[in-house]
Design a protein around this ligand. Structure first.
Ligand SMILES: Cc1ncc(COP(=O)(O)O)c(C=O)c1O
Length: 407
């Protein structure tokens, strides 16, 4: 069977839903990085979206205890009542939000929380405003729900944040949902209380619109203030706050995230989840409960390290001509504009876009990054600074030398 015949027959076998889904843009890069590493090349990987820290010991201990205490059975779909109570407490303490356990649904990572909410809210043809640059999965999950993604771009001059006017201009009678992350992956931008108040004032006028406010990077915020959109009482019932344990507590592999939402939406998400995965892993839930009961100390220590590394990377990037930066206020990414390199070449390699540049930097500097197209910004590249100082310094030196070869 020829390759084309194989693809055609596969397309007949597989649903339109899956064939229209974009494959992760990072797969080719990751494959190449693995090939180079297998050949013994010292590849520095700054493409991962996860902390480089181990999960704190007290959280691991809570998980071990859960096993010994016999937490090995199916759990309630929305999560153990004790964990949901601990989340309610956290939302009150950190965010000034009043919810009850009936408003909380714990899921297998914030990724599932987001997918549940989108599946429960979006009908075919509904428009979903996605604040752009955005986390890669937002657009694809909207497409899975047969919604229409409407990316609205923030400019580098405004730290990649959209303005209230931009939000208002993008709203139509078909708009059902708005999605954003703050602190943002990939830009690290943080919406202030004032900026969110301006969004809330617009949303008040459009009672059909819901919002997914993704706060997964809440604990990695260098501004000293995190504000939740759900604090605005006039729109609270239409805001689905998403959060989780992956980033702040360095628990990516445990897979625990959650939503806080109006009871009807929480019930819908519970129903959706009951048919797909049921309750999150019992042991991971107990670990998450332990994380919350232990407070924010370990998360704050990690956040202080990210801040130091951000400044280190920004300092090094300033010395690289052609990279346009800004100051990320949270998360552990920097997303500079690299379009000045487009049209340049080194030997046989011509750089036409950010993907070419990322591939060139992988081949030449042996540093793995993620091109910006996947996040809705094809003129950018995402660097993660969740890596040791030594690795960051070495990576930036190598990148500087490789970029200097382009003319
Ligand atoms: C903005 C954003 N939201 C949600 C997630 C999903 O996190 P989780 O590991 O809890 O599924 C990520 C992970 O990269 C993210 O960057």
């Amino acid at each position: 069977m020829s390759f084309q015949e194989m693809i055609t027959s596969q397309q007949k076998t597989l649903s339109d839903r899956i064939t229209s889904l974009a494959e992760s843009q990072t797969i080719a890069m990751a494959k190449k990085a693995r090939e180079l590493a297998a050949k013994g090349v010292d590849v520095i990987n700054l493409s991962f979206g996860e902390p480089d820290f181990q999960t704190p010991q007290y959280i691991k201990d809570a998980a071990k205890k859960a096993i010994d205490d016999g937490y090995t059975f199916y759990t309630p779909v929305a999560g153990y009542p004790e964990l949901r109570k601990a989340i309610v407490e956290k939302l009150r303490r950190d965010n000034g939000l009043e919810y009850g356990p009936e408003n909380i649904v714990v899921s297998t990572g914030a990724k599932q929380s987001i997918a549940n909410a989108v599946m429960c809210l979006v009908n075919p043809g509904d428009e979903v405003i996605i604040v752009s640059p955005y986390w890669v999965s937002y657009e694809e999950v909207v497409k899975l729900a047969e919604g229409i993604p409407v990316p609205v771009r923030g400019s580098l001059e405004n730290d990649y944040k959209i303005t209230a006017q931009q939000l208002e201009d993008a709203i139509t009678s078909n708009t059902k949902l708005v999605m954003y992350s703050s602190p943002c992956n990939p830009t690290g931008s943080v919406f202030t209380k004032e900026e969110l108040a301006a969004f809330a004032a617009i949303l008040e006028k459009h009672p059909q619109i819901h919002v997914i406010a993704d706060e997964i990077y809440e604990y990695i915020n260098f501004t000293g203030e995190h504000y939740s959109l759900a604090r605005f009482e006039s729109i609270k019932d239409r805001v689905i706050t998403v959060n989780g344990f992956s980033k702040g507590y360095a628990m990516t592999g445990w897979r625990v995230g959650y939503i806080a939402a109006h009871k009807d939406i929480a019930e819908a998400c519970d129903k959706m989840q009951s048919q797909i995965t049921s309750g999150t892993c019992s042991i991971a839930q107990k670990a998450a409960q332990g994380a919350l009961e232990g407070g924010r100390g370990s998360a704050e220590e990690m956040s202080a390290s990210y801040l130091r590394r951000r400044d280190l990377v920004l300092g090094l990037m300033k010395d690289i001509p052609g990279i346009k930066t800004y100051v990320p206020q949270g998360a552990f990414y920097i997303f500079p504009d690299v379009s000045e390199f487009f049209g340049k070449s080194a030997g046989d390699t011509v750089i036409q876009n950010a993907n070419d540049l990322a591939m060139y930097l992988l081949n030449d500097a042996h540093v793995s990054l993620v091109e910006g197209g996947a996040f809705g910004a094809p003129e950018c590249i995402r660097f993660s600074f969740a890596a040791s100082d030594a690795k960051l310094i070495e990576a930036l030196e190598r990148i500087k030398a490789s970029l200097a070869k382009l003319s």
